[in-house]
Write a protein that binds this ligand. Structure first.
Ligand code: ADP
Length: 321
């Protein structure tokens, strides 16, 4: 599935001033590691889409330099560049008069892949995004739900095995329940494909859930903090970040902090009616179980084995770090 190795993306002093004078991005320097999912998050109008679209040169920067691995982005042919970069947007932009199969196969066909190889790749990708090819390949976009269309959009973006995937609010047009499911599936997909992904959202919860790293931006593409989600939540760099991530950042932090396997307190002797949580859950699950039970601690289970217990102090210690 992953035939091309992921590459890093580097921006150095990048600037964008639109005709008419709006400075969307004042001066941004940022290195996005290969094979990681970086989320650009910030309020509407802060320059996120502009940054994304400069990377695939749908928008030309007014200054600064950008690299895709060792290749300088502004030095390569934009058409060739875009074939190496998958791009997924909010309403997907599927071709309405083409079947799912033809939509997904668009870029491989453009690249002149033999027919058999295009067909094989299309089926492989539909499987990967959770759509049974036998059922869906011959449908038209209007015969799909919003969530299914979004999956086809992701499959199409991955079709020619791009080195980079750019995603601009890809899940914001679907309802919250479908969005949660798409986010989970997308995380599993990234485990398989390990692309360098730049993901734009204005939704902090989505950023925290998906990002290996989060770039928090304010107006003018000003980089306020660039760090893994747990660090942004536990140590916001300044008041802008603290306010942007919200007063409930403690709960958000617990949600992204796994339950530890090591260093748990031993199970007390005797019979207990204590609540328990699976060890692959988060500290937020542990806190929820603690609040439901009356024992003052929660057992951590691995299958049927109890590994140890967590107390409220263990959970709150994370918030004080
Ligand atoms: P975001 O994606 O964070 O919502 P954008 O990158 O879309 O922000 O926009 C950043 C700023 O640039 C905004 O002030 C927006 O109005 C302005 N802008 C975006 N596109 C254009 C354009 N084509 N022409 C002029 N101004 C634009």
């Amino acid at each position: 599935m992953n035939r091309t190795a992921a590459v890093s993306i580097r921006l150095e002093g990048v600037r964008k001033q639109y005709d008419g004078g709006t400075v969307a991005v004042r001066e941004l320097s940022l290195e996005l590691p290969a094979g990681e999912l970086t989320v650009l998050v910030g309020p509407s109008g802060c320059g996120k889409s502009t940054i994304l679209r400069m990377i695939n040169r749908l928008i030309e920067p007014s200054g600064g330099r950008m690299w895709l691995g060792d290749d300088e982005i502004t030095a390569v042919d934009p058409i060739a560049l875009r074939r190496r970069i998958g791009y997924v947007i909010q309403n997907v932009g599927l071709f309405p008069h083409q079947t799912v199969r033809d939509n997904v196969g668009t870029v491989p066909k453009l690249l002149g892949w033999p027919k058999g190889q295009v067909a094989e790749r299309t089926a492989e990708l539909l499987d990967l995004v959770g759509l049974d090819p036998a059922r869906y390949a011959d449908r038209y976009p209007h015969e799909l739900s919003g969530g299914q269309r979004q999956r086809v959009g992701v499959a199409r973006a991955l079709a020619a095995d791009p080195v980079v995937l750019l995603m601009d609010e890809p899940f914001s047009a679907v309802d919250p329940i479908v969005r949660g499911r798409l986010q989970d599936e997308f995380l599993r997909l990234q485990q398989t494909v390990r692309k360098t992904i730049v993901f734009v959202t204005h939704d902090v919860d989505e950023a925290v859930r998906l990002g290996d790293r989060i770039a928090v931006l304010s107006e003018g593409g000003q980089l306020e903090q660039f760090a893994p989600p747990a660090e942004v939540l536990s140590k916001p760099a300044n008041t802008f970040v603290a306010e942007f991530v919200g007063a409930d950042r403690g709960i958000k932090l617990l949600a992204v902090t796994p339950i530890p396997r090591e260093g748990l307190r031993p199970l007390p002797d005797g019979d207990h009616e204590a609540p328990s949580v699976p060890v692959d859950g988060s500290l937020r699950d542990a806190l929820a179980a603690l609040l439901e039970g009356e024992t003052g601690w929660v057992a951590v289970r691995d299958g049927n084995d109890v590994l140890g217990i967590l107390t409220p102090e263990d959970v709150y210690a994370v918030l004080r770090r």
